[in-house]
Design a protein. Structure first.
Length: 131
């Protein structure tokens, strides 16, 4: 019992002290309606904005999530992903996204293991995908 409690406290303290953080990157198919479709994530491994890793899944979002003319939006999603692949800052999107992508809120990643692997497995892999 003591060992489990000590381990739980250690894991909680480690998680609370975690500098690793991430944000989901959302494609905005129609600026007028403000809908959002997750298309990637950015991980700041050390919480200092210096060690960034952009995760872009190898699958497309479902067409119906993009709008009634979803097929026409796929080239824009691909273009946005190309732009996002070279993100240089955790706080701002590249100017060339021109409002077609927005940043999600900042979330903490666990300190145990690799934060990029964790975000990939527990966040990005759960994005809706085309059939």
């Amino acid at each position: 019992h003591f060992a489990a409690t000590a381990l739980e406290r250690l894991l909680k303290a480690t998680h609370e002290a975690s500098p690793a953080r991430f944000r989901v990157l959302h494609f905005v198919p129609d600026i007028a309606t403000g809908g959002r479709v997750p298309v990637g994530a950015i991980v700041d491994r050390l919480g200092d904005g210096e060690r960034l890793h952009v995760i872009l899944p190898d699958f497309e979002p479902p067409l119906e999530a993009l709008s009634p003319d979803g097929q026409r939006k796929i080239p824009l999603v691909r273009m946005a992903r190309e732009i996002l692949a070279s993100m240089a800052t955790f706080e701002r999107l590249p100017n060339s996204t021109n409002g077609m992508v927005v940043l999600g809120p900042i979330s903490k990643a666990p300190t145990f293991g690799d934060p990029v692997a964790w975000v990939t497995e527990h966040v990005v892999s759960r994005f809706p995908r085309a059939q």
